[in-house]
Design a protein around this ligand. Sequence first.
Ligand SMILES: Nc1ncnc2c1ncn2[C@@H]1O[C@H](COP(=O)(O)OP(=O)(O)OP(=O)(O)O)[C@@H](O)[C@H]1O
Length: 669
Amino acid sequence: MKREQAAHIDELVRAAGGHATHRDAIIEASWRRCVNEHNLDPVVLRDPCIVTHARLREHQEAMDEFLHTARFGVETLYREVAGLGYVLLLTDAKGITVDFIGDPTFDSNLMRAGLYLGADWNEPHAGTCAVGTCIATGEALVVHQSDHFDATHIPLTCTAAPVFDPSGALAAVLDISALHSPQPKESQYLALQFVKSFAHKIETAHLLNRFRREWIVKLAPSPEFADVDPAYVLAVDGAGRILGFNNRTRQLMMRELDCRPALLDGRPLAGRLLSEFFDLQVDDLPRLIPSRPASQRMVRLAISGTPLFAQAQQPPARIAAPSPVAPAPALPKPLEALTRGDGAMLDVAARAAKLVNTQMSLLICGETGTGKEHLAKAIHAASGRAGKPFVPVNCAALPETLIEGELFGYEPGAFTGAAAKGKRGLVMEADGGTLFLDEIGDMPLTLQTRLLRVLAEREVTPIGRTRPVPVNIRVIAATHRDLIAEVKAGRFREDLYFRLSGGVLTLPALRQRADLDWLVARFLAERGGVLRVPFELSGEARAMLHAYAWPGNIRELANALDYACAVAGDAVIAWDDLPDRIRDAAAAPHGPSGAVHEVAALAGPAAPGGMGSGAISADERGALLALLAAQHWNVSAVARALGVDRTTIHRRMRRLHITSPRHGGEGMN
Ligand SMILES: Nc1ncnc2c1ncn2[C@@H]1O[C@H](COP(=O)(O)OP(=O)(O)OP(=O)(O)O)[C@@H](O)[C@H]1O
C-alpha cells in the first residue's frame, strides 16, 4: 500500500470515529453512509467491479431509447473534454456504466481504474465516488482525489451530474473522470458546470423526443433567452395536463408548492394542470408561439407571481392528403415494374417511392409469396443505395444459436466453434446498402433487443468486442404475421415494432389483384424467351387461373407457369397442362371458385386419367348441366362464357351423356 493510501485510510477511520473533516458536507455524509449503512471497511482496497457482458447488455437494453437520444450529447461533451484528459461515462440509475468514451491508448489503465464500460459505480459497492454519491443524493458533484472513500480510487477526479426522466425519476448519471488532475479541487469546478449543462441538454432532448406529439412549453427568466436557452421545459397535453418536465422545471414547481404547502397533497407533478403552477390555460398556448416578440409572451408563476417568458411549440399537424387534381409523380422504374393497373399495388409503389431515400426503416407485410422481398429489392434498386449490397436474411431459417453471430459477427475465438478469422456478420456486409430481414416475426426476443440497438445507434457490436462499430444500413423487414398481435402476445418487442414500422407497406394477396393477366403474360414471355416458344394460355386454363385462390401467391403462380410451360405439348397452354392442385381445386364441389371452375375444367380437353379418362364425375356433369341451364341450353353462349370452342362443349356433352331437352334429352336429371 502506498503512503498516501495509508494516510487516506487513517483519515477515514478518524472520520468514522466521529472526528470532523475538512471535506465538503456531501462527501462527509457519504463517508458516514459508507461505514454505517453500506458496511464498507475503510481499510479494504477493492478492485473495480465490472459486470459481465450479458448483464451489461441487459442494463443497456433497459434504457435503449434513452441511450439513443443521449448519444449525440455524450459525444459532443466528450469532444469538448477529451483534450483535457477526461473520459466520459454514462451510467444507469443503478450505477452501471452503460456508455463510455475514452482514449483507447489508455485502455488498460482506464480499465484498472474502473473507468470502463460495464463498471459498477454504485455507492454501496464502490464507496464515495461521483456517480454513486450523485445517485444517493440526486445532486451534481465533484469527488476529487482523496474525497473518494476507497483508497484505490484516490488518484482519480470525477465529476457527475444526474439526468432525470420526464416524470422526475433518476434516469442516468453523466460523469467525466480523469486519471490525473491538479491538486486543488477548485480546478474541477468549471468541469462541474459543463457536465451539469450537458445533463440538462440530454434531459431536455429526451423530454422533447418522448413528447414530440404534444404541446411543448419552454420558459426562461429573460425574454432574450426565452427562444435561445430556455431553462424550463415541459410537455402539456390538449387538456392542459402536465405530461413531463426537465429537472429545473421540477425544482421550479416544487418551490411553488413550498410557497403554498396546502398544495403539497402528495399528488405527483406529472398529471397536474398547467394552471396549478402558471397563470396559463391550454387555450392561451397559441398566443405564445415564437412569431410574437418574446417580450409579449410573459407568463407568471401562479403562486409566487414571478414573471417568466415563454415559447409554446404546437403539436405537429397531420400531414394533409394530396390534392386529388395533383398529377401522380412518375414512379422510379423498379417500382413502376411491380404492377400494371392494380390499385392496391399502385398505392404501395407510390408510397414506397416517397420513402426510397429516407433513413426510415420499413416493414413490408403480406401473405407468403406476395412479393415482399421483390418489393424490398425494388426499393433498394430505386434508392441511392442501389450500387451497394442488398443483404437478405431469413430470420426464421437461421438456428437461434447461430443467428447472433451470423447477424452481428464475432471476433476471432469469441466462442467455441467460432471461425478462426472471426466473422464480419450480415449487418456489416450490408454497410452502405440495405439489410432485408425476412420473417422478422420469427426472430427470438433476445435478438430483437440487439437489433433494436443496431437500429437505434446505427452501430453494431460483434460478439467478443466491447466497442461498437458504426454501420450505415437501411433496414427493410418483412413478415407474414400480424405483428401487432405478436406484440400483444408478448412475442415481439413493442419498441422494435415501432422502430421498424416507420413505414408499413402491405402487399395484396394475388387473388385480390386485378393484374393477374399482366403477371401471367410477363411470366410466359420470360419463359417463352428462354425456351423460344411464344407461349399463350387457352381460355379454360386462363379461367382456372382466375378462379384459383393462390394460397402461395406470386411464387405459386410462377411455379405453376414453369410447370405448365415444361409440360405443354405446344405453344398453347391447355387446362390439363396446369399442376394438379389447380385442376383439383377447380374440380372440388365446394372449392374456392364454385361451379365456374368445375365447368372450366369440364370445358377442357380430355385429361389423362380422372375427368378425361372416360370416368364420369358427378360434379363434372352437374357443373356443366348447371351452366347449360343458366344459358338456356345455348351451347355457343356456354362456350363463349368459358372461352372455348362450341365443339369442345358438344364433345364434353357427349362424353358426359348430356342431351339437350330440345333434342329430347333428360336435361337436368
Ligand atoms: N411484382 C412481381 N413481378 C414479378 N415477380 C414477382 C413479383 N413479386 C414477386 N415476384 C416473384 O415471386 C416470388 C416470390 O416473391 P418473394 O420471395 O418476394 O415473396 P415473399 O412475400 O417475400 O415470400 P415469403 O413470405 O415466402 O418470404 C419470387 O420468385 C419473386 O421473384
